[in-house]
Design a protein around this ligand. Structure first.
Ligand code: ADP
Ligand code: MG
Length: 314
């Protein structure tokens, strides 16, 4: 086990002692490096330095950072800002997941909404820089960095020619090859109303990453209302989504992670429509009525292990 991105990393690596130890070292180092670069919660991260200075003048960034920002901007535009990488000021205002979380006053919310627009987020590919149009704008890549890490973990497994691996990056999972007995990995999908203890069901997988976004991961309750950490940048409030849990399966962990957040925020009708653009993406979505919606591949193979959950589709 290890610690990065504000949570636990669990590694199960199958191979020779040397192979698995080398792969572990490489992943662990990489995750520390990514955390130091991309954290929105550490004042010393590269991301925080960008946030502090990009309104004053363009900031030169690494190729990895540039590529992730370009990908994020594209996803933001495609999803009509359901996915929003410059949601930083709103995330900080709510602070969900931290002790200081609170419901902001309506005027506080209004005052940050104009900082969340894509046109103020300027990427210059020739110069390799990022700039903000307005003081107070801030990036938050919390919705993709763990997926990116999971994707990199798969690459490292391949490079080290492991027999198999299961890596959980704080809930974003990567599976590779097979278990020690030669069988595929069995992945459980968390029951969103079980405090993380139960599962809805499971599926066997090879060479994939799985990203889940849910209203149960980080939230607080006030006056009987659940305020969760997936925010809608058009209203400034937690997304009023029909989904409780959105799991996306893809060998591209970054895409899976971005889509899990996007589909949650888009809600049911728009979310299902949006997924039609992605032919190669598998998904399992659970709505507030405990009904499940899945891509054909998952619908056929997902083993339901909890009577409270039923298929919402044929
Ligand atoms: P988790 O981090 O719990 O696995 P996600 O991958 O869905 O879940 O990322 C949620 C995080 O992304 C939030 O904690 C916040 O930092 C950021 N975020 C919240 N709302 C959005 C949004 N609409 N678009 C992009 N990022 C968001
Ligand atoms: Mg995500």
């Amino acid at each position: 086990t290890g610690f990065a991105f504000g949570g636990l990393i669990q590694y199960t690596l199958i191979g020779s002692q040397e192979q698995s130890e080398n792969a572990f070292q490489e992943m662990n180092l990489l995750f520390q490096k990514l955390d130091a670069e991309f954290s929105a919660n550490s004042d010393t991260s590269v991301l925080s330095q960008i946030n502090a200075t990009a309104a004053a003048s363009p900031v030169l960034i690494s190729k990895t950072m540039f590529d992730l920002l370009a990908f994020s901007q594209e996803m933001a535009l495609k999803s009509n800002l359901a996915f929003n990488p410059v949601i930083g000021p709103l995330v900080k205002l709510w602070n969900i997941g931290f002790e200081t979380a609170r419901v902001p006053a309506p005027e506080e919310i209004t005052s940050v909404l104009n900082l969340l627009q894509m046109k103020g987020f300027i990427l210059d590919s020739a110069a390799g820089t990022v700039a903000f149009e307005k003081q107070g704008m801030a990036l938050d890549l919390g919705s993709i960095v763990k997926g990116y890490a999971a994707k990199e973990a798969l690459r490292i497994c391949k490079e080290h020619q492991l027999q198999g691996a299961l890596i959980s990056v704080n809930g974003n999972v990567a599976v590779y090859g097979s278990r020690s007995n030669g069988e595929s990995w069995n992945i459980g999908i968390v029951d969103p109303r079980s405090n993380g203890n139960g599962v809805v069901g499971s599926i066997t997988l090879k060479d994939s990453t799985i990203a889940t976004s849910g209203d149960y991961e980080r939230f607080f309750e006030q006056d009987g209302i659940r305020y969760h950490h997936l925010l809608d940048s058009s209203t400034g409030y937690p997304a009023n989504s029909e989904w409780m849990s959105v799991s996306i399966f893809s060998d591209d962990g970054t895409l899976a992670d971005a889509l899990s957040t996007t589909i949650f925020v888009l809600g049911k009708e728009k979310g299902l429509d949006f997924l039609e653009k992605y032919e190669d993406i598998d998904f399992l979505l659970i709505d507030q009525d405990q009904k499940m919606w899945a891509s054909p591949n998952i619908r056929e193979r997902f083993q339901v292990r909890n009577d409270s959950y039923q298929w919402g589709m044929k």
